[in-house]
Design a protein around this ligand. Structure first.
Ligand SMILES: [Zn+2]
Length: 252
């Protein structure tokens, strides 16, 4: 290239010092791009979880992370990723008939589409908005419905600063499946990797977060201390924590 007629012409037109300036700038910039490249490689190696692929939890169970953010209808306010303080864990089961839920559905038949449609009903208590960012189904499948830059409608006073993760099933009456628990740990670690200092908490353990004082969410069969202990060893990422977030399968 340097010897091409075009380059020679440019060199002539810039003059000696003009050319020297350009080559100096190219040399200076090469440091920046090299450092950026190196950072990207470190991140990729640290996470090793490319978007959309199957990931493996502690128990050796494979989980598929599925991007379902196309289901989001644009009805919620934005969430500022840098303000996040909590990952809030919920249970979701619509097996009982109530005024708000006239058509009960078995946990194994519940889908992300179904959840979005059912919570579009304002009687469900979310103002017609989609409640959770991430659904974890009985088979360990992880589906992200809301981007992490959009608020869920899930916990009074915490929506503006938390990510909502829902286990499908009634964990106040029975334990979740091993695959589900394993997926929850994976999700919690990945979220903490994205945002250092993100506290993992159960919905009703947060004072005032529910309108129903008798509600237990996620309930008796999910030990939040155990969850916290399991994710406490995850690597803390410093610096621009939300860049490269797509590498862990979450849409930011
Ligand atoms: Zn809840």
């Amino acid at each position: 290239m340097a010897g091409s007629p075009h380059a020679r012409k440019r060199q002539r037109s810039l003059g000696y010092w003009g050319h020297r300036f350009l080559s100096w700038r190219r040399w200076f910039r090469s440091f920046g791009s090299q450092a950026t490249r190196q950072r990207a490689i470190v991140r990729r190696d640290e996470r090793r979880i490319p978007k959309g692929l199957d990931v493996e939890g502690d128990s050796g169970i494979a989980h598929r992370v599925v991007d379902r953010t196309e289901l989001f209808d644009g009805q919620s306010k934005p969430l500022q990723p840098y303000n996040l303080t909590h990952e809030i864990v919920h249970r979701l089961s619509l097996t009982r008939e109530t005024i708000a839920n006239p058509n009960p559905v078995l946990d194994c038949n519940l889908t992300s589409e179904d959840i979005v449609v059912r919570f579009g009903n304002t009687l469900m208590g979310t103002g017609g908005r989609t409640p959770y960012h991430i659904h974890i189904f009985g088979d360990g499948r992880i589906e992200q419905v809301l981007p992490l830059t959009i608020r869920g409608a899930h916990a009074n006073g915490y929506n503006w600063r938390s990510v909502a993760v829902a286990l499908i099933g009634n964990t106040d009456e029975r334990a979740c499946s091993l695959a589900q628990y394993d997926a929850l740990i994976w999700v919690s670690r990945a979220l903490r990797g994205l945002n250092k200092g993100l506290a993992v908490e159960g919905h009703t353990y947060l004072p005032g977060a529910s309108n129903d004082p008798y509600k237990r969410c996620p309930g008796l069969y999910l030990d939040m201390n155990k969850v916290r202990a399991a994710v406490s060893d995850c690597p803390v990422v410093t610096g621009d924590v939300w860049k490269g977030a797509e590498m862990v399968g979450f849409v930011v």
